[in-house]
Design a protein around this ligand. Sequence first.
Ligand SMILES: Cc1cc2nc3c(=O)[nH]c(=O)nc-3n(C[C@H](O)[C@H](O)[C@H](O)COP(=O)(O)OP(=O)(O)OC[C@H]3O[C@@H](n4cnc5c(N)ncnc54)[C@H](O)[C@@H]3O)c2cc1C
Ligand code: SF4
Ligand code: SF4
Length: 1011
Amino acid sequence: MASQHTHSDPSTRSSAYDYQSDDVERPELAATLSSLVDGEVRLDDYTRTLYATDASAYEVRPVGVVYPTSTDDVAAVVAYCDRNDIAVLPRGGGTSLAGQSVNDAVVLDCSKHMDALLDVDADSRRVTAQPGITLGKLNEALESENLKFAPDPAWGDKSVLGGAIGNNSTGAHSLVYGKTDAYIESVEAVLADGTVTRFGDVTVGELRDAADADSEDLRPRIYAGVLAVLDDHAEEVDSRYPELKRNVSGYNFDRLVEEARDGDSEITDDATVNLARLLAGSEGTLAIVTEATVSLESIPNTKAVALLTYDGLLDALADVEPILEHDPAAVEVMDDVLLGLARDTAEFADVVGMLPEGTDSVLLVEFYADDDAEGRRQVADLLADRVPGADSEADPTDEGVRTDADHRAAAAMEAHDADTRAKFWKMRKSGLPILLGRTTDEKHIAYIEDTAVPARNLPEYVADVQEILDDYDTYASYYAHAGPGVLHIRPLVNTKSVEGLEAFEAIAERVTDLVVKYGGSVSGEHGDGRARTQWNRKLYGEELWSAFRELKTAYDPNWTLNPGNVCGDHDLTENLRFDPDYGFESGFSPELNWDNDNGFQGMVELCHGCGGCRGEQSTTGGVMCPTYRAAHEEIQSTRGRANMLRQAMSGGLPEEELFSDEFTEEVLDLCIGCKGCARDCPSEVDMAKLRTEVLHEKHQRDGTSLRDRVFANIDRLSALGSRFAPLANAAASLPGAGFLTEKTLGIASERDVPTFANESLVEWFEARGGATVSEADADRRAVVFPDTYTNYNDPSVGKAAIEVLEAAGVHVTVPDGLPGSGRPPLSKGFVEKAREDARANVETLAPMVEDGWDVVVVEPSDAVMFQSDYLDLLSGEDVERIAANAYGVCEYLDRFRLDERLAFDTEAAEPLSYHGHCHQKATKKDHHAVGVLRRAGYAVNPIDSTCCGMAGSFGYEAEHYSMSQAIADLLRDQLESSDGESVVAPGTSCRTQLDEESPTHPVEKLADALA
Ligand SMILES: Cc1cc2nc3c(=O)[nH]c(=O)nc-3n(C[C@H](O)[C@H](O)[C@H](O)COP(=O)(O)OP(=O)(O)OC[C@H]3O[C@@H](n4cnc5c(N)ncnc54)[C@H](O)[C@@H]3O)c2cc1C
Ligand code: SF4
Ligand code: SF4
């Protein structure tokens, strides 16, 4: 294999990644494509594995991937592939849910290099960009102009403009904004033969003049194809296209015909049609967009939300049509299944708890308004009409809409401030994570998940769907965009079993019949892809099905571009990721406790490919996934790692690949174990834990490296180092010491190794005579656990913690003779050593905890070790008791409000920027320090940061240094634009990484401020 090293790229400040495997099935093709383009060409096994899936239930290995840097690159690849009978698939974020972004094709991943914002024309409210820009980044750049690209697909911070065009995407506010097609002005596109062209407005007459079905050139043939639709099929389009704001099945014929009529009943040559808009929803099958000019909308001044509650889902759905009379911007539904699941989660319970007793279903109705008063009026009028008993916050107007529909809502709540509105929306969005968190073989699969019917038909449609699901003894939740008639319905099915697969297909077929019966569409949002293409024939009939195929042939005579989709031969049941032939064999018995359904296998198979781990820091925030954010490589995302692991254990990669050095270096080692995914991934894929399992097994098979053993045993070595502190510190500072540690241990020469304190925390505590607050005087007793770094390297943080605790009247002890927490060995895959440490600590501490002591830990990653990871290593009451009674130091102060017993003097204190530790964020314990610091009087600006990139030993490792720095740069940028004047960070790693900022632990700030 070639280099797995990352290197700094000063121009982009991102970690450049030059991975190329030698394992290339078609080296000649790779060489030829490489000679044609400036961008990278990767046809190796790993890359093909990584791009075999998207967010759908499907899996198809591509030929390989090209990362084009320009239109010329795209054109060269397409021209070559077209001549050589190789399919081409343009791809963005790969967040499609129907399988349209996987194919047996050369993938053109435009998201990596072709993501530039080219021009913003605020006056004409237009923007021109390359297709690989995420909608999040696009809107971030437009915000200062008070403009936005209006279609708002839920994953817009991960999905790109090309993908939005390809799928004709839209979101919760389609009632006001429609779909992407409404905003496309013109595009530059590469045609199937590699010709670069532009599409935009053209009159029907101009089309006629230039059309030539027999031309050698594609453009005249395309014109002829478009004219055939207008001249031969317009009436069929009228009669077969559903009357829906949201229909993305088939090609965009209805818009084309509507434009050609220009308000008249007849098509005239003077009418203007926009051929760029015909590409919307074409799923990469007609042409590849290399540049797009789209129009923009103003950001609304304010919004108002009403939450209407119902005793039953059908009541809620029956209320949608009358609510639409009020001209809302969004009407979203949540059913009892969803609310019930959300009620049982820690994260959403409080939001669902706001609902009145007995609520079965909810409609969230949002209005856009010029000002708060208008928003309140809109809600008041809605309530006066739909929930007459409800007291509205403003008076309804006499002119407000009053329908004569039956009243069905039981109660209503209003939200006029941003926080409450966000809470209501959070509840609406709570569904997906909960549904997708299943680790069973039954999954809530996306395949009838975005059917749409006119709102008036929703109650009957849903009642009939329910009957179908009952017939197959399964269920689904019904939620999402009720206003435009789009419901997300994901039946629980097991496609690994023959019966499950039969049910899967039968449900789809019967639901399609219902959709046709109720005048709807098989896809109101996510597209045809592999899941729904076959139903277009039934939905639109033979004439239009043939017309689709003829248009496809006019654009793409050899069916080179993403063949099979929209009007091709994709079969819903083929190429499923999980089918009856699927087999799973990890080749080893897991060492850690996996208490989820299907255990280790269930977790390996949990990632459903949504691409949530591809979000950027500034648009997505949170922790997941720092390595993707630094490298912009699929293999560096949680999704990439999860796909690689699953494929390696289910036959997608050669046997034993899982334990190869290449797999370890490329897939596992660069995961920094920050646990960001365990919190931020909608399904809570715990990659850090998966990685530990595989590394552990690798160690059993191949042994361990000296460096890994050094890091895994850092507690013992630190004890030694501390004993000989002056000598050890002097040796480390000798000239050439860095060079030597890099050569012998692989520790980056750029890093200073930590120095040792002459007196450990334990020694200091004993020397001063132990606790200063007696047990008799204290109402709480705390064991301050001497974690390795605090004890041997920087006892001053531990002293500060003890000072604050004792000032708050806590009786403290610092036990001697305990090993480290086990964090370093666990993160290196030394499970036995971690378990040994955990057991020793539990044995000593459990009796104390049972006697009423609390365990307090200064170092966050060690605190989380006690609170969470120990439960992966050990079982039984003792460890559970420890986990329940262990606290990070600020968490402890906050939890028991111990800080309220203290007096602080922070009058002259500078404002602080707070960077939390990723492990504490993952366990939702990160807010405590901010709360305590603020109560002490500090102005605190918490940074929505990812991992610092140091991640224990990771940043010390020579080959990981640049990745570590690239991740840190994300944080440095955030700190630079923060209001804080000094930085607080509870993590030792973080403070080491941010060395030049001289950061401190929050508890040191508290100790400083003690009055
Ligand atoms: C959790 C979740 C929520 C979602 N919510 C929504 C939602 O609210 N609304 C919605 O509409 N969708 C939603 N989606 C589906 C998906 O995110 C959107 O359709 C999105 O716009 C796809 O963008 P992408 O960059 O991932 O495109 P990809 O999946 O990479 O590609 C989508 C299609 O566009 C084609 N394509 C990509 N680039 C080009 C190009 N340059 N030229 C021509 N064709 C191209 C591809 O071939 C493919 O057929 C959701 C998906 C997930 C996982
Ligand atoms: S790891 Fe999580 S966020 Fe990433 S693709 Fe998989 S399910 Fe989605
Ligand atoms: S643990 Fe962190 S680095 Fe590893 S996959 Fe999860 S988010 Fe990414």
